[in-house]
Every structure is written in structure tokens, then in C-alpha cells.
Design a protein around this ligand. Structure first.
Ligand SMILES: [Zn+2]
Length: 289
């Protein structure tokens, strides 16, 4: 499942081909997603210029010239790719997430936006957990999906003081606190594990029991880990690739995630995997206290 670095990487790639272009027409090939694509969606976005491409948490937000915003969430397996006008193949300029190593299966194309230069933005989602929804730009912050989200981890609203406030008195595992979208937006299982390794804190520790110094180390580690991952185009394993089949390079930099039984790069102790909040949680029993 894509996390903040993957969506931010996608935003940067698509911005080059989509911002400033006008959506000439939209075609709904398969409306069934997490929620059905609304009736009237295609008519509402046709003729609109894409002013900016923004991101909030794991949502990609295309702000249109009439003030509407098109929210896109990739769910478990969705992709938004930029493709040439003719021929089915994706061009450079998209990222996909799926269980398969093989190229995009065009049978799962849901929505196609035709742009004024003849190219297309295509939303594809084999497992249909994604979302495409049009909202008025002024109503973005109060729309159901974004309402109640915590601050962006790369913004100044996220700090050691803020994390300490959110951790105070909480019995929840620190890893789950980091993954709680109401506390901080965009961090999932992979990056929570990597952040906690680099901060030297075990994932199952109760948030409310951490020292101020530990919370400070965690807060200070969040932005560097996410920025490094964005710089590498995100992470890959089987489930992540860009539309040209190129893996995100952060996979090579993972210190603990997916490395159960392999030696820690710092101390050679085998990496452990415990279940925290029903999710696999990787850590080094020596480097993390
Ligand atoms: Zn270690």
C-alpha cells in the first residue's frame, strides 16, 4: 500500500505532464471503486484546466480552474499513469501499486482523462479500494476523507512538542500512534518501522511510557526518513513499481522492514518481526530499546 513518499513521488512526476493542461473529456470505464464514481463526474470535469497538483496525506488532489478539486486515492493497488494518446502502453510518468510484477492490466482501467495535448491520465485499480471524488476546493478540509487528519509530517505543525502531546497518557504502541492518521498523516507500516529503527525505539513500546528524549528522537527522524524515501521515488518490493517498471530505490535503503532474520546493518543481530496492532513490525532487539 502506497504511503506518503510514494504519493509525493507520483505527484512530482505527474505534475510535469498534467499541470496547466486542460481536461478535454473524461471517460468512466468502470465506476465501481471503494465508492462508486459519482454520476455526472465526467461532465463536471470536462473542459477544466488542471491548475495545481497537490497532496494531502495519501490523497492526490488535482485543483481545477473552476475551483473544484479532484481527489484521488490509490487504495491498495491503484495507479494513476500518464499515457500517450494512442496505443495502450503507459508512458513515463506514473506509479502503480499492485500484487503483480507484470505490466498494467488495462482491463482494470476505471477512469480516463483526455488532456488537450492528446495524452491521457488513466486511473487503474484491480482491487477497487481506491477513490476518485470531486469536491469544491473550499470544502476540501471538511470533506469526509480529509476531515480530522493530523498534520503533514513534513510541515512545521509536526514537532517533538506535538508528538509528546499526542503520546501523553496513551497506552497504544508507539508504532500504531505514528500510523494513526489522526495524529500524523501519511505514515504507514514501512516508514513507521524505519523511523523507529533510526530513533532506536521498539515498535511495541507504549507511547505514553516513552521518555521525552525518545519522542524527540522519533519526531526528529520522521522528516529525514520521508524525504530520503521521496528522493528515491519511494520503496519497492513486488507491490510497487512505476509505470515503466522501474522500482522505487528506497527499498535498498530499508534497515528493518521485510528483513526478519537478516543481520542488522549496525550490530549484526538478526532482525525480529513482531505483530503490533495486527501488522508485521520489524525491529532490531539490540539497537532498539
Ligand atoms: Zn542492530
Amino acid at each position: 500500500m502506497p504511503e506518503l513518499p510514494e504519493i509525493e513521488s507520483l505527484r512530482r512526476i505527474l505534475a510535469r505532464s498534467a499541470v496547466g493542461r486542460t481536461i478535454v473529456s473524461a471517460r468512466i470505464l468502470e465506476p465501481r471503486l471503494r465508492r462508486k464514481v459519482a454520476r455526472g463526474f465526467a461532465a463536471a470535469i470536462a473542459g477544466r484546466r488542471i491548475e495545481t497538483l497537490a497532496r494531502r496525506a495519501k490523497y492526490l488532489i488535482l485543483k481545477l480552474a473552476n475551483g473544484d478539486a479532484l481527489m484521488v486515492h490509490l487504495g491498495m493497488s491503484g495507479s494513476l499513469t500518464h499515457r500517450p494518446g494512442d496505443g495502450a502502453g503507459p508512458s513515463k510518468g506514473g506509479l502503480s501499486f499492485g500484487d503483480k510484477d507484470d505490466p498494467l492490466d488495462f482491463a482494470h482501467d476505471h477512469v480516463e482523462l483526455r488532456l488537450d495535448d492528446g495524452s491521457r491520465l488513466v486511473y487503474n485499480d484491480p482491487r477497487r479500494f481506491g477513490l476518485m471524488k470531486l469536491v469544491a476546493a473550499g470544502a476540501l478540509e471538511t470533506t469526509a476523507e480529509l476531515r480530522g487528519l493530523g498534520p503533514e509530517p513534513l510541515d512545521t505543525g509536526f514537532s517533538a512538542e506535538y508528538l509528546a502531546l499526542k503520546a501523553r497518557g496513551r497506552r497504544v504502541a508507539i508504532k500504531n500512534l505514528l500510523m494513526d492518521q489522526r495524529v500524523v498523516a501519511g505514515i504507514g507500516n514501512i516508514y513507521a518501522a524505519e523511523i523507529l529503527f533510526r530513533a532506536g525505539v521498539r515498535p511495541a513500546r507504549r507511547a505514553g511510557r516513552l521518555t521525552r528524549a525518545e519522542l524527540g528522537r522519533i519526531a526528529a527522524t520522521v522528516a529525514p526518513v520521508l524525504r530520503e524515501a521521496i528522493g528515491e521515488g519511494g520503496t519497492t518490493f513486488r507491490s510497487y513499481r512505476d509505470s515503466s517498471g522501474r522500482p522505487g530505490a528506497f527499498a535498498a535503503r530499508l534497515k528493518v522492514y521485510g528483513r526478519e532474520g537478516e543481520p542488522c546493518y549496525t550490530c549484526s543481530t538478526p532482525i525480529r518481526n513482531v505483530v503490533v496492532g495486527q501488522r508485521a513490525s520489524f525491529y532490531c532487539p539490540r539497537c532498539q530499546k
